[in-house]
Design a binder for this molecule. Structure first.
Ligand SMILES: NC(=O)c1ccc[n+]([C@@H]2O[C@H](COP(=O)([O-])OP(=O)(O)OC[C@H]3O[C@@H](n4cnc5c(N)ncnc54)[C@H](O)[C@@H]3O)[C@@H](O)[C@H]2O)c1
Length: 467
């Protein structure tokens, strides 16, 4: 708990909640504009008090499994984790301890969970991309509600099978398209759909990955081979195509894509570089992708390593990971194939055109969006956006940075991560998918845009988007 002498919103609400037995907190109060007004719209009128926490089993206790699990730690009256499946023993043990999960409910792999009769309301599927489909189908068959990490599946056919079974069983399947729950995008959507900038004519949207993030996840890391996980557009930018479609509130008709792997290739390896940064590379001290710099000296992104809890023992463990895993390998000598730049043109209903760029080579992350309207213009970077009104010749800036950090420990994806969990819990508790915006139906549509973009890129064709 962050320390503070003053009463915060959350403390007041928590206290109030304990007094009256309330079990939810109005997250929308936490985001404010530059003048301190609450940014988001009124409370969700569909929220109801929970009589007991929703119970869930986490499949895959890695980074995402912990983002969602941590919500249960912070709000035990809303969510209780009662089981875990995770083959990595360190993660399995740590997760079980953190959530006080009995040994009988700790499993090595997701399959083991479904050998037992149903023992929770829901499952959280946060396994690697290629391990979403089977657990999701099995969970639906057994009557679980689901929080499903994106991508739904790397295969279009499997996505459609999940949709069919979800419809047949009537279970809740929330896809973790977390940007739909971020205050910034909620407000942008409202402004785009309200006529404040007239009719939307076109959009330019960019996902700057950040060069180090690119090297970490898509050159060295889990997603470096597209056929073992998912093509980068689906793995990384399915969020962007999804949020674009959602903000416009229109169907896409045609899509065209270009992109390739231009830089992280063997022919670009500098003279004097070695297989590993730890092997005496001659350019290590000046290389922006030096594993020694990123993981060892600067301790960035070390969450991928299962480090000893005591800080003094961590340096040796990190060095060992750099000597033995892909995270220590030279970024120019990997067996990666993901595009490091990707351009997509999309034609939406009513002639609206959208360009989307995924870019590896930027100094920062955080999506950039420009919306051209007949009567105005919007421009934003996920921290703030500016709206220009051509009729009044005035501009206004909204600061959507979640400045009440003290009350909000998880700011992942502009605050979308935990807001999604909150809506999902309500949806499960009330058996009402209307609490969610990223239902399986809605999410499949933007996944199909990604599949079509990939086909376009590979076959050099403009593709029709047929849902
Ligand atoms: N919504 C988002 O914005 C977002 C962000 C990052 C990742 N993701 C997605 O979330 C998923 C998990 O990503 P992550 O970053 O947490 O990866 P991770 O590698 O940290 O976690 C995945 C975990 O699944 C475990 N696992 C592997 N096989 C398993 C099995 N058979 N049964 C149970 N567990 C198994 C792994 O050991 C690992 O701990 C991926 O699909 C990823 O694309 C989504």
């Amino acid at each position: 708990m962050a320390s503070s002498s003053k009463w915060s919103h959350r403390n007041i609400l928590k206290k109030f909640g304990i007094t009256i037995g309330s079990t939810f907190f109005p997250f929308s109060l936490w985001a404010k504009n530059e003048t301190g007004e609450p940014l988001i719209l009124p409370e969700n009128p569909l929220y109801k008090q929970l009589l007991k926490p929703v119970t869930a089993i986490t499949l895959g206790a890695g980074a995402r499994g912990n983002v969602y699990g941590d919500y249960a730690i912070e709000y035990p009256e809303q969510l209780k984790i009662v089981g875990v499946a995770e083959p990595n023993h360190v993660r399995n043990d740590r997760y079980a301890t953190r959530h006080s999960i009995p040994v009988a409910n700790c499993f090595f792999t997701w399959n083991d969970v479904f050998r037992k009769p149903k023992f929770a309301d829901a499952v959280i599927i946060s396994t690697p991309d290629q391990l979403h489909y089977e657990p999701c189908m099995e969970a639906l068959k057994q009557g679980y509600d689901i929080l499903l990490e994106k991508p739904i599946s790397p295969s279009e056919e499997e996505c459609r099978n999940i949709l069919d079974l979800a419809k047949k069983t009537g279970r809740i399947v929330a896809v973790c398209h977390v940007l739909r729950y971020a205050p910034y995008f909620i407000k942008l959507r409202e402004l785009m759909q309200s006529g404040r900038i007239g009719e939307v004519i076109s959009v330019q949207h960019m996902e700057p990955i950040d060069h180090v993030h690119m090297s970490h996840s898509y050159v060295r890391g889990n997603w470096h081979k597209s056929n073992e996980t998912a093509p980068i557009l689906l793995a990384k930018s399915c969020h962007d195509l999804d949020v674009l479609k959602w903000m416009l509130g229109k169907d896409s008709k045609k899509i065209q894509a270009f992109g390739n792997l231009k830089w992280f290739r063997k022919e670009n390896a500098p003279a004097g570089s070695r297989e590993r940064c730890t092997d005496g590379c001659a350019v290590e001290s000046t290389c922006p992708y030096s594993a020694l710099k990123i993981y060892y000296r600067e301790r960035q992104r070390t969450y991928v390593f299962d480090l000893p809890e005591k800080k003094r023992n961590q340096a040796g463990a990190i060095m060992n990971y750099l000597k033995t895993t892909d995270y220590g390998r030279c970024v120019y000598r990997m067996d990666n194939d993901q595009c490091d730049h990707y351009t997509t043109n999309i034609l939406f209903d009513e002639g609206i055109t959208v360009t989307f760029n995924m870019e590896a080579f930027t100094p920062w992350g955080g999506r950039r969006t420009r919306v051209m309207g007949s009567m105005g213009y919007l421009e934003g970077d996920m921290h703030r956006f500016k709206i220009y009104d051509f009729r009044t010749d005035k501009a206004r800036t909204y600061n959507t940075h979640i400045n009440d950090v003290e009350h909000y420990k998880n700011e992942g994806h502009g605050g979308g991560d935990w807001r999604l969990v909150s809506d999902w819990i309500q949806a499960v508790a009330q058996h009402n998918p209307n609490l969610l915006t990223s239902t399986i139906d809605a999410s499949i549509e933007s996944h199909i845009m990604c599949f079509m973009a990939e086909k376009s890129r590979q076959n050099n064709e403009v593709m029709d988007v047929i849902i």
